[in-house]
Design a protein around this ligand. Structure first.
Ligand code: RIB
Ligand code: CA
Length: 307
């Protein structure tokens, strides 16, 4: 049976590939796509999500969500994703957003679903947190929360924090307090999933479909990470979706995770207790390794299934 999921995102170059992967994979039933401002603001992330679902030939409803975190404001990451969020790659315009704001739609789906729903968060966790904070009882309808978020070592937006966690740390804390299983795809995991020129070239040889071509074109605009030696760009968001589809490609460790919500330089840090030093109760699964070749093969195979 396909896993019912809600995909919350902020497209975003890596969100784009993650969204296409989710829509192409029969293991998942994407009930809705919800969008946050995150990377480049809702003015871009929402039309990007609409364009991507149309590109994939999907009728999945796309809903607008938060264009700011629970506290403060989003800070765009145009240096990675470009001003428009897709590296300047222009896709055919998608449809219009479905009625209903993300948090309300998430709650409605949780309330009405015949079975528990998996929440996938690959942007700031604001929409997911708003849904669960306003109706905590619905957490019982959540099968698990799978995130691209956090790092146990160095951050990528500050030395201490990863971008999604840093963008709305209070939202992440709400998810951790929900009592539902939380799975973290951290920067240490995604650093193993580098989109190198050779891997992109291998994708391009797989076919000539519009979705595959768009994924390659979008990913090609992302500069190799200097944090990772400049040999490729880490495919952050697709790793979170891929874990749901092929968990056998990954290993994981159960950990206690807490958020730094302070105002200082480590705000937004995910304090991941990998060695049980705090004695805090385990509240998360942290992905540790990925078979990168297997991951890129999965992505290539699925992208060729799309129009
Ligand atoms: O730190 C990586 C995360 O921040 C990814 O979700 C990427 O899309 C950006 O939002
Ligand atoms: Ca993202």
């Amino acid at each position: 049976m396909a896993i019912p999921v809600i995909l919350d995102c902020d497209p975003g170059t890596d969100d784009a590939i993650a969204l296409l992967l989710a829509l192409a994979s029969p293991e998942l039933s994407v009930l809705a796509v919800t969008v946050a401002g995150g990377n480049v603001g809702l003015v871009h992330t929402l039309p990007n999500a609409l364009a991507l679902t149309a590109l994939a030939g999907s009728e999945v409803p796309v809903h607008a969500g938060a264009d700011r975190p629970l506290l403060g404001a989003f800070v765009s990451e145009t240096g990675v994703h470009g001003e428009d969020g897709l590296g300047g790659v222009v896709l055919p315009r998608g449809g219009t957003a479905a009625p209903g704001l993300a948090a309300d739609v998430i709650r409605g789906i949780l309330r009405d679903s015949a079975e528990p729903v998996t929440l996938i968060g690959i942007g700031p966790a604001t929409n997911l947190a708003l849904a669960l904070a306003t109706e905590p009882a619905l957490a019982a309808r959540v099968r698990q929360i799978v995130l691209m978020s956090g790092a146990w070592a160095e951050g990528n937006v500050t030395p201490a924090a990863e971008f999604n966690a840093w963008s709305d740390p209070e939202a992440l804390a709400i998810l951790l307090a929900s009592g539902r299983p939380v799975v973290f795809t951290t920067l240490e995991l995604t650093a193993q999933a580098l989109a190198t020129p050779a891997r992109l070239a291998a994708w391009r040889r797989l076919g000539n479909g519009r979705s595959l071509n768009a994924a390659c074109d979008i990913q090609a605009t992302v500069s190799p990470s200097r944090r990772l030696g400049g040999i490729g760009a880490p495919l952050h968001d697709p790793c979170a979706v891929a874990w749901l589809i092929r968990p056998d490609l990954f290993t994981a460790r159960d950990c206690a995770v807490r958020m730094d919500l302070g105002p200082g330089p480590s705000r937004g840090r995910t304090v991941i207790d990998r060695w049980g030093r705090t004695g805090d109760p385990v509240n998360a699964k942290v992905l540790e390794t990925v078979d990168a070749d297997g991951l890129f093969a999965l992505l290539g195979e699925r992208l060729t299934l799309l129009p």
